[in-house]
Design a protein around this ligand. Structure first.
Ligand code: FES
Length: 78
């Protein structure tokens, strides 16, 4: 399995509408922070999540979170 690419060292904060989303776990998507299928062949798969109401979310961009797709502060740890 390939390693995930670090996209940024801080989360991507977005206001999202209710719906189903696929967070890019590989860091190769051209539509970050969402999956565009570029993970093909890496052995990494996107993380699906659903929002049932409008919500501001902080999506992990360092790819080190222990709670994907959401930021858990791991980007700030050495
Ligand atoms: Fe990265 Fe799909 S493009 S997980």
């Amino acid at each position: 399995m390939s390693e995930a690419k670090v996209v940024d060292t801080k989360p991507v904060v977005l206001e999202l509408e209710p719906g189903n989303y696929h967070w890019c776990a590989c860091g190769r998507s051209a539509k970050l922070p969402f999956c565009d299928g570029s993970h093909k062949g890496t052995g990494i798969v996107p993380v699906a999540f659903e929002l049932t109401e409008p919500k501001t979310v902080a999506l992990c961009a360092c790819k080190r979170t222990g709670n994907p797709p959401f930021c858990d502060g791991s980007h700030a740890k050495p």
